[in-house]
Write a new protein. Sequence first.
Length: 485
Amino acid sequence: MTTERSRWIALYVLCTGMLMIVLDVTVVNVALPYIQADLGFSDASLAWVVNAYLIAFGGLLLLAGRLGDLIGRLRVFMIGLCVFTLASAVCGLSQNQLTLVGARFIQGAGGALTSSVILGMIVTMFTDAREQAKAIGVFAFVASAGGAVGLLAGGVLTEAINWHWIFFINIPIGIATAALARRWVPSGAGTGLRGGIDVSGATLVTVSLMLGVYTIVKPAADYGWSSARTLTFGAASLVLLVGFVVREATASNPLVPLRIFRSRNLSSANIIQVFGAAGMFGTFFLGALYVQRVLHYSPMKIGFAFLPVSVLMGVISVRYADRLITRFGGRALCAAGLSLITVGLVLFAFAPVSGGYWLHLFPSLVLLGLGAGLCFPPLMGLAMSGASPQDAGLASGLVNTTGQVGGALGLAVFATVTAGRTSQLLHSGHALPAALTGGYHLGFWIAAALVLCGVAVALIALENPSAPADDPVTAELDVLTEASC
């Protein structure tokens, strides 16, 4: 039987792996100008340093989560760590554009394998409602606040050493995490491949998601949402997704059993995840651009500026989330947290050209940190509460997928509308700082509107799960946990 101490050590090991993956998304953003100057990227080709990672990561999350259910979540986690760590080494050693972009794609695949199964392992290790809420709070903090930590880490490493070290730092962390995972994380056997692998379903969903993420981060951002290229790629992605649903409805051993979507909480929580992720990604994307291009912050100063978000999220998620969920229920906390995020984004939309940190930025960041700390732990718990033990990996991958797609969608929308609004203001005679600020303001208003949609879904569709003692899924989890130990 897994002891209480070993379960918590296992949680911290898993979250270390997750932090490494999440950091990599934003740590690269700070170093992009240095990478561009060193390797000679054009403005257009530089985006592929980020996009290659996002396409592989977002496209493989759902498949990776299901593979964890079938062949064992720890096995998939370890494979992902190995791939991610090796690809990080290649990224750090890259001396040309092609090597870096190719390694970033492989790194994204490793990140998908690693992160997709973590939440599924957490809910099988922690079956007590209060402990599970606290464990998910720790995970939610790492998954959501890692973006802000990445800005700080990227600034420190890039300024203190060079951009290569934003990748090299993953090597010792990856090796240590793998060694500790073998020692402390319960292995747990998967359901097996006796029925075979749904190759057709796997191909359809992976290509559909990759094409969908590509459409969001490339044609939509470069040519606009109504361009022929965007509509063509978007339609192709939807056709493949429809084909996948048809395949899963008729397959004898589907890759993604459609029964999982019968859970109202699981479906609703993933919809909210799309809106919430778009809003939070918008915060880091638009906020970082505002303080860099308008207020002229250095990379390291940008990282420290956003540190309150991480600190507050950590305090709320780790220390208070479990008690608040027990006291008020996940539905109320989700709605309250999303409301605070909305207000924080609205305040950001009023930051002036000559904005001061303590007067104009700090109040917004406090609200965003509090809101995210209140919202994301119960949201992930509600999403997982609707999944049976044999589908826990799939549900975990789904939560990560909707968050990633929501973030990519948000980034593409914000990049498009802010650039368009800035260009419009420049043509009407505004100075560059004022035009940039006006573009960011519009982006913050759109981000606030998206998160407000999440509030509406939370109030209308979410339900607090039944008491653990009466919950057959919890009882089944207990049995599975004891068997895996």
